[in-house]
Design a protein around this ligand. Structure first.
Ligand SMILES: [Fe+2]
Ligand SMILES: [Fe+2]
Length: 178
């Protein structure tokens, strides 16, 4: 349950997602009015994410990978309950390849912040694997909060910090400048 030191990070008319330490936990429902729904319909959720110019880092390969991530995240955000498991499997698989390629680029550029960057990748992959498993089992309410609120926020921060640093290192090394 939420308490001191916990942080509520998503709530979409269903169970809230609360970060506590390195983990994500389901918190008590706080919505009032409409009767509780185990699996709220996709139509009540946020508008699917779209690729924005502000997402571009000027490194062609990374930008292409990130466009693919945005497209698969949008697919998960707009998926019907029966499709959410497959959408999360596709997003997870793409993210594994995405992060593996960035690790190669970190090696090629001798990136000094590699440990921190790879640590963030590992944390997100772990969360995504949990959500993928939930979605496959049909436990979609928690997953909807994750794809609608948590992942878009993470993507923005990660792009603007760690990935921007890697893209700049690639450009300095002459790797894939757009
Ligand atoms: Fe990335
Ligand atoms: Fe990254």
């Amino acid at each position: 349950m939420p308490g001191r030191g916990n942080r509520r990070i998503a709530q979409c008319c269903g169970p809230a997602i609360v970060r506590h330490g390195a983990g994500l936990f389901l918190a008590a429902r706080r919505c009032v009015g409409a009767p509780p729904s185990k699996n709220p319909p996709a139509a009540t959720m946020t508008t699917p994410i779209t690729w924005q110019d502000s997402h571009a880092l000027g490194q062609a390969e990374m930008d292409s990978i990130h466009q693919g991530f945005v497209e698969l995240l949008a697919r998960a955000q707009s998926a019907a309950d029966a499709e959410l498991g497959a959408a999360m499997e596709a997003l997870y698989s793409h993210t594994q390849s995405h992060f593996a390629r960035e690790t190669e680029l970190m090696t090629a550029t001798a990136l000094s912040s590699r440990k921190e960057h790879e640590g963030d990748h590992a944390r997100v992959l772990g969360e995504m694997d949990q959500m993928r498993a939930r979605a496959v089992k049909g436990r979609v309410a928690f997953v909807r909060g994750y794809v609608n609120e948590v992942l878009p926020g993470w993507l923005h921060t990660h792009l603007m910090t760690m990935d921007a640093e890697l893209a700049n290192a690639c450009k300095r090394a002459g790797i894939g400048a757009a």
